[in-house]
Write a protein that binds this ligand. Sequence first.
Ligand code: AMP
Length: 193
Amino acid sequence: MRLIILGPPGAGKGTQAQILVEKYGIPQLSTGDMLRAAVKDETDVGKRAKAVMDAGELVSDAIVNAIVAERIGQEDCANGFILDGYPRTLAQADATEAMLAERGLELDAAIELQVDDKVLIGRIVKRAQEAKATGESVRKDDNADVFEERLREYYKKTAPLIGYYYARGKLHQVDGMAEIEEVTADIEKILRQ
Ligand code: AMP
């Protein structure tokens, strides 16, 4: 099964992807996590991406497309994967189609988590507080100022993907304001169809 989880920052993409990993035994491919690992390891990609990520802007399509193309070729992706935070631009969506077509594969579904903008910032602040409380490192972009930019980037560059997948008959919309378990149940219902 090959899935895309779409939605603004704080919509719960990562949370749902992690739950689905457990249930379906396929990996979660989070470009945000991969980029943060590259920043931490100070790789060439990490050095190029750091300032852009800290500002809440999108890293170039060329960088993320290359990361994903490499990742989906790995053995643990043979039975499918959940893309979390990728694609985020129309160019990335086209690249995804091309990567899959090259392997004779197709996307099963793009699931959009719909969440009221007003609750998103609250979730981001909470995530930062929780990370701090548990001694984890707090994401530099999980704060009110950078969040504004992340949301702007979402509307400008990522929201058009909703139309893109709708036009291809792949879009499924889920109420991301519901409890975590309910959101998961809604997603599972879609996947069973
Ligand atoms: P995330 O963890 O998905 O919120 O991503 C954190 C940051 O990583 C984003 O604000 C971007 O700077 C960068 N990033 C993650 N995924 C992508 C992507 N698909 N395209 C461009 N930039 C990305």
